[in-house]
Write a protein that binds this ligand. Structure first.
Ligand SMILES: [Zn+2]
Length: 333
């Protein structure tokens, strides 16, 4: 199932779908609060994801132009009419998040839940949608924004109040960050990083939380999914890719302006409590070993930051898989 479907299934699920003789009253304030909690966590994820993807854009092999804008579509809720009323919308599309420091955020126009009626020439509200839990239309809207940015170097977004904002993109590493409304998993599939809202690190300090986002982003920028597809997902292979993702965490953090040592803090803080959980599952080393592998990267990162102002992992990171070809493929120049 697409994570958005799972996310939205978790919200608004207690609401009766069919009218009864005496329908239960709907608590719109509670619905709005539930959506707000999800949006708070999503904002945190998008802020950190943006900082990492933007800070490493000069090194990532695959980059895309982006404005850091995420929309929401009422059609993806279990009962769109209730979500619409809870958020005070007439139509279905509105701002979900504008990532901190992104062109969307810097414009000042993209406040949460602000209603949107135009993406360049199209009104996404007119695109057909299913009656409920339709996540595909939102994906289409985001794909449309990305296509406009890639092909036309910008996009004009129109609001329900008649005003509009023109956005011009900047380059970021090509990964989308998505929050899942249930579960405590963190996964990367090559194009996306998906993190469950119950992942414990949401409560950590930002640079430490950024550690887990960096771990998942590392899988994407190092091409692990494709490599495992090509070479097989044996336990040995998975363990090597996991170790690479751990070791790259502090590099990605450093280039994003975070303290690279926060990666080790993450592994210690999270691993000492949850070591039977998700990132481990016997395909990993123990959390204390993992913290040591991370720490071992710190001196090289510090010297590169001092000398070059960035930690160019495409050049200096020691691969554990496919050492010759892997590095060559990562080089941009
Ligand atoms: Zn991993």
């Amino acid at each position: 199932m697409h994570p958005l479907a799972r996310m939205l299934g978790a919200l608004l699920c207690a609401v009766p779908l069919l009218a009864q003789s005496e329908p239960a009253p709907i608590d719109y304030a509670a619905e709005r609060a539930a959506i707000g909690r999800f949006q708070d966590a999503d904002q945190r994820l998008q802020d950190v994801g943006w900082q990492l993807a933007r800070g490493n854009a000069g090194i990532c092999l695959r980059t895309v132009p982006s404005v850091g804008l995420q929309l929401q579509d009422m059609a993806s809720y279990g009962v769109p009419a209730i979500a619409r009323r809870a958020l005070g919308l007439t139509g279905d599309f509105a701002v979900q998040t504008a990532a901190r420091g992104s062109p969307a955020a810097l414009s000042g126009a993209f406040t949460r839940n602000r209603e949107i009626v135009r993406l360049e020439r199209f009104d996404p509200n007119l695109w057909p949608a299913g009656k409920a839990m339709d996540w595909q239309r939102l994906v289409t809207a985001h794909d449309h924004i990305d296509a406009m940015l890639a092909e036309h170097g910008g996009i004009t977004v129109g609001f329900a109040d008649g005003s509009a904002a023109r956005l011009q993109p900047v380059e970021v590493c090509a990964t989308r960050f998505e929050l899942m409304g249930a579960g405590d998993k963190a996964v990367a599939d090559g194009n996306r990083v998906v993190i469950g809202i119950e992942f414990p690190a949401f409560a950590y300090d930002e640079p430490v939380f950024a550690g887990v986002v960096a771990h998942e982003l590392a899988h994407n920028v190092l091409g692990h999914d494709a490599w495992l597809d090509a070479n097989g997902r044996s336990r040995k292979h998975v363990r090597r890719t996991e170790r690479e993702a751990d070791r790259l965490m502090p590099w990605l953090l450093a280039n994003a302006g975070y303290d690279p040592a926060a990666a080790r803090t993450f592994m210690t803080q999270w691993g000492s409590k949850h070591d039977a959980g998700l990132l481990m599952v016997r395909k990993h080393d123990g959390w204390d070993e993992r913290a040591e592998f991370i720490a071992a990267e710190l001196p090289l990162i510090a010297s590169l930051m001092a000398r070059e102002g960035r930690a160019d992992w495409a050049v200096h990171f020691r691969r554990e898989i496919d050492p010759a070809g892997g590095l060559a493929r990562l080089r941009k120049r």
